[in-house]
Design a protein around this ligand. Sequence first.
Ligand SMILES: C[S@@+](CC[C@H](N)C(=O)[O-])C[C@H]1O[C@@H](n2cnc3c(N)ncnc32)[C@H](O)[C@@H]1O
Length: 251
Amino acid sequence: MSERVGEDRGAAEVAARWRASAAGDTVLLDGFHAIKHALRFGADIPLALAADRDAALGLAERLAPDLAERLAALLTPVPAATLAALVARPHPTGVAALAVPARRAPAHGPAPAVLLDNPRHLGNIGAVIRVAAGAGARGVLTTGTVDPWHPSVVRAAAGLHWATAVHHVEPGELPSHGPLLALDPEGADLRDMTVDDGALLAFGSERAGLSPGTRQRADALVALPMRPGVSSYNLATSVAMTLYHWLAKGR
Ligand SMILES: C[S@@+](CC[C@H](N)C(=O)[O-])C[C@H]1O[C@@H](n2cnc3c(N)ncnc32)[C@H](O)[C@@H]1O
């Protein structure tokens, strides 16, 4: 058998393994940074591919030396054409992986959790998960029809879903321990209060704001200061400001 035929067969076998894994309950980790974060925070990654394995391991040495050994064991080399056939628009770092989602509700703990009340924009949800992970929030719950584990959300979150708890809930399943603080421009100024560690911080959808049900359930409506003439902040920005307030003042 020629070397070329052996290579083709190897790539075909890897592609078949990828397709079988992708057909199960896995999400795409697109690019080096998503794989790095997911691995660091305990994701189960059945398969990871690299179009240029040496370049990917070079990135690991520079940007994630703590993971260099694990990435060396994990990354399977494939021709760039195979990667492009498996992943639409491969990431410039030329790596992609499949990971098993860790769908779990936030546990009780010493930090607030975030509730997104029917969010619509996948990039916004990812940005919220990223800031929640960075700030050490207990988790991000979402209501509505969008799956917070959608691949575009995982991409926007840079793979940080595994660094916090990310879960879809029905409105009737919201945790009841701790106060529910609902963020709304009509509320009381956040600067005058301390956010309890056990709080659930609710944010409305991009178009419609808070749902009537969340408004009704809220223990308080809380506002982020804005100068006159500005109607609202972006959803992810609002979450970031509120979590920063908790980090700076509440702890
Ligand atoms: C883009 S805003 C929604 C705007 C929407 N048109 C509305 O009527 O509320 C998305 C969410 O961010 C939060 N938010 C935005 N600006 C805020 C502010 N100044 N104070 C408190 N929450 C804010 C709220 O939870 C809001 O529902």
